[in-house]
Design a protein around this ligand. Structure first.
Ligand code: PRP
Ligand code: URA
Length: 213
């Protein structure tokens, strides 16, 4: 798995604001969107394109366009939904598939409660959105769904990652034929005894949308 840490002063600035316990939910949502757009710029560096020609008011110009089938963006519900708008702004023609997962906070195992993806992902580049990579269970489970359906290139975009989660994803993707990339704004220190990223930003879903049971 290719790990890309996006080091940019604007990313660091926005992330600092996002982490703060004093940042309210509307601001948290806005910052999440802004951060995703910045990360997506890096994450889509290898998006597939093909040559095309357009007519300018003056002459023909050689250019490029996205190949078909278009990429598939997959936010992991709930918190990944907060990243969708920022991603769609950059790649409005991408299609969107959904995976709903919640972590059992005692076992830390992900439970899948929703899944709406195209049956056949052959030839598709997929971009998975989840703000938090903690133990890696949720992202790992989603990568499996995509690989099982034939996705041939997977890029995960996360705001924060724990070293433990990165290690787990490295192990999980080591045997896959499919190239996997992880793009993150920061790698934090560790997980705490409850599986939370330290220093992290708390529960991303709750901060975006309010506390859910
Ligand atoms: C959070 C987060 C990730 C997951 C990360 O979701 O958005 O999906 O935890 O943890 P993991 O790497 O240990 O699997 P959560 O399960 O809290 O659900 P939510 O998005 O509905 O709040
Ligand atoms: N999920 C979150 O939302 N935050 C964490 O720190 C870990 C998992």
């Amino acid at each position: 798995m290719d790990l890309r840490l996006v080091e940019h002063p604007l990313v660091a600035h926005k992330l600092t604001h996002l982490r703060s316990v004093d940042t309210d939910s509307p601001t948290f949502r806005r910052l999440t969107e802004e951060l995703v757009t910045l990360l997506a710029y890096e994450a889509t560096r290898q998006v597939r394109i093909e040559p095309t020609t357009v007519r300018t008011p003056v002459a023909d110009a050689e250019g490029v366009r996205l190949v078909k089938p278009e990429p598939l963006v997959v936010p992991i519900l709930r918190a990944g939904l907060g990243m969708l708008e920022g991603m769609s702004r950059l790649m409005p023609t991408a299609e969107v598939g959904f995976v709903g997962m919640v972590r059992n906070e005692e076992t830390l195992q992900p439970v899948t409660y929703a899944e709406r993806l195209p049956q056949d992902l052959a030839g598709r580049q997929c971009y998975v959105l989840d703000p938090m990579l903690a133990t890696g269970g949720s992202l790992g489970g989603t990568i499996r769904f995509l690989v099982d359906r034939g996705a041939d290139d997977i890029t995960c975009i996360c705001l924060l990652a724990a070293p433990e989660g990165i290690e787990r994803l490295q192990e999980l993707t080591a045997d896959l034929e499919v190239p996997c990339t992880l793009v993150v704004a920061a790698v934090d220190e560790k997980l705490d005894q409850n599986g939370y990223i330290v220093p992290g930003l708390g529960d991303a879903g709750d901060r975006l949308y309010g506390v859910a049971d």
